[in-house]
Design a protein around this ligand. Structure first.
Ligand SMILES: *Cc1c(COP(=O)(O)O)cnc(C)c1O
Length: 362
């Protein structure tokens, strides 16, 4: 059995030379530049979690009957390590990712990884690959913890074996060209999550089911898709991988309630920061009709999407088979900007962290 302190570290014997790393970090984009190492922990029903290690990053060898390839029993997390002005590597609310990973595991009938192993694996990887945190403006090390069913068996039942891994990718801005505001496509053909389904779990299957809607968004010249509720096809839920906030002329804010939406850590952090400033934040249903009417009347001032990858990004324009309207002047409004500056300031150590959200690695 493995506890948080027992990661075997086997450094990569052939790491990418520093000069080549510097070239790759100049303009890393999103999700294509990977570091030298990965963390891995195995699980077997009879042994529990074991064999925790950090090794050279490389391909996995999988039997073609591995359960994940057939029934998609897989979950993941997304988080970032930042470099502070003092040169430290820090994580933002890693305990929240660990807790959500356990929730996702429970929903997908997978074993729950103890928080100290989850955070221990992430910290061990950041520690050994800290030189991969890009120095470019807005750069960070995107961390991808994930777990999948590795039992070799075609029967339909929860797997008795799993692999947990963490890989890391040096990233710059999520939206290409550092867009001021994005355009979203309201999907009328597809929904993301139904009551009783897996909407609140961070599982790969949710993304697989949403890709066709994202493709339609792209075909229609939009950056992201907006999903409506599966029952009435009326209420705004979230984007493919980001939560959504509405800002009104009385200063109040609204975000759709939890249930079928993914409980974003950025969403929770935004609510805390806004309420701390005395802003009223309602977790309430909001219909497409209200969105359109409020945008037209000017009652709605700003809309933004939020998540770890894209942080806080303004939504300037809304399109769909029955929709086409602009919010405010179509750019980033003052509330969105202030929240983004505060959040990124806390994450990057350039502003005080009154909530104790930032954790230093090593
Ligand atoms: C990960 C994710 C989010 C954002 O969560 P954060 O913890 O803020 O990164 C929102 N929606 C979906 C569907 C997600 O998978």
């Amino acid at each position: 059995m493995t506890d948080g302190a027992t990661f075997a570290i086997q450094p990569n014997a052939n790491p990418i030379p520093a000069s080549e790393r510097a070239v790759r970090l100049e303009n890393p984009g999103f999700g294509t530049v990977f570091t030298d190492h990965m963390a891995m922990i195995r699980y077997q029903a009879e042994k529990g979690w074991h064999d925790a290690q950090v090794t050279a990053r490389g391909p996995l060898s999988l039997d073609p009957a591995s359960a994940v390839l057939h029934y998609a029993q897989e979950i993941f997390e997304g988080m970032k390590a930042y470099r502070t002005p003092a040169g430290d590597a820090v994580l933002f609310r890693p305990d929240a990712n660990a807790a959500r990973f356990r929730e996702s595991a429970r929903r997908m009938a997978m074993p729950e990884l103890p928080d100290e192993l989850f955070v221990g694996a992430v910290e061990a990887l950041v520690n050994i690959d800290r030189d991969w945190i890009p120095a470019v403006e807005g750069g960070s090390l995107y961390l991808r913890p994930f777990m999948f069913a590795s039992e070799v068996f075609l029967g339909v039942k929860p797997s008795s074996e799993y692999l947990f891994l963490v890989i890391a990718s040096s990233v710059g801005a999520y939206f290409k060209g550092g867009k001021d505001a994005v355009t979203v496509w309201v999907s009328s053909d597809y929904t993301r999550a139904a009551p009783g389904g897996t909407g609140a779990a961070k599982c790969g299957g949710n993304y697989a089911a949403g890709l066709i809607a994202q493709a339609q968004a792209s075909e229609n010249g939009c950056d992201q898709v907006v999903f409506l509720d599966a029952v009435e096809r009326r209420y705004v839920e979230e984007l493919g991988g980001m939560n959504i906030f509405f800002v009104f002329d009385d200063g109040s804010m609204l975000t759709p309630p939890l249930g079928t939406v993914l409980p974003g850590i950025t969403r929770a952090s935004v609510m805390t920061m806004a309420r701390d400033k005395g802003v009223e934040v309602r977790e309430q249903l909001y219909s497409m009709e209200d969105w359109r009417t409020d945008a037209a009347s000017g009652r709605l001032k700003e809309v933004f999407a939020c998540g770890t990858a894209a942080v806080i990004t303004a939504i300037g324009e809304v399109r769909g088979t029955e929709h086409g309207f602009t919010i405010g002047n179509g750019g980033t409004g003052p509330v969105t900007r202030a929240l983004r500056d505060e959040l990124t300031g806390i994450q990057r150590g350039t502003r005080p962290d009154p909530y104790g959200w930032v954790k230093k690695v090593g």
